[in-house]
Design a protein around this ligand. Sequence first.
Ligand SMILES: Nc1ncnc2c1ncn2[C@@H]1O[C@H](COP(=O)(O)OP(=O)(O)OP(=O)(O)O)[C@@H](O)[C@H]1O
Ligand SMILES: [Mg+2]
Length: 281
Amino acid sequence: MTGSPDTPDVRAGASADASGEGTDSILETRELSMVFGGLVALNRVDLGVGRGTITALIGPNGSGKTTFFNCITGIYKPTRGLVTLRPEGSPAVPLKGLAPDRITHEGLARTFQNIRLFNNLTVLENVLIGRHTRMRAGLWGALTRNKRTRREEREAIDHSFGLLVSYGLDHMANELAKNLPYGDQRRLEIVRALATEPRVLLLDEPAAGLNIGETALLRELILSIRETEKLSILLIEHDMSLVMSVSQKIYVIDYGTLIAQGRPEDIRKDPKVIKAYLGEE
Ligand SMILES: Nc1ncnc2c1ncn2[C@@H]1O[C@H](COP(=O)(O)OP(=O)(O)OP(=O)(O)O)[C@@H](O)[C@H]1O
Ligand SMILES: [Mg+2]
């Protein structure tokens, strides 16, 4: 790689246009790098998620996609670079260095490559946990269960149940999460993320392990979330037909480095992308 991954780039915040991303990105990274010991897992990645769009991040196994999510959600502290959220009508928020719960509060929500539900809690309780990030009652409120806390709890239950209705899981509200079919567990994880009222939804391989029918339902779900919730989505996915059919823009990384970006029809025939994938075989 070129340059030092340790040096913060002072130019980075100056202009979103310098990377060609334009200022209409709700979320963008500039020169985002992550080094594990000697391994450069991300190498100066500039990526922008267009406002209200579905953007995909693809690449062969081990190319750094999940690491990218971990860096922007505060699970890893990036070695260098910037992560900026640009909410409509309010000032840009630098996310690098913020704790994961703070980043959730600012409006990034994610799902995980390996489903992370609370298996022994009910479907509704799992969504309520997502909802808690939007509740204000602190420990004192929880202990005394004062009027405001009770009102907030009622509101949280109503909101969470409303999401289950909207996304077709209400009939299973009182089931334990572990008893749901796999496709519904994936759906529940997405609904839990929505309960945090995100501006940007990050999905890490949501189709992994799904059969063809479940993947078709997932596709409808992703499209309807974008429409209904008016949010922006960043999708990591290996299922190319899903990626190609829902995304407006695709970024491709290989060995932590961006090798291509563009519209699905261009990415599909890009020789560098084809080589990266075939080289995997
Ligand atoms: N905490 C860590 N410590 C050391 N190396 C790591 C760590 N997390 C990821 N890596 C390495 O970083 C590289 C990128 O891994 P990552 O999980 O981001 O890939 P990925 O693109 O999500 O792959 P997949 O498609 O298989 O999910 C891999 O070489 C991985 O072994
Ligand atoms: Mg991954």
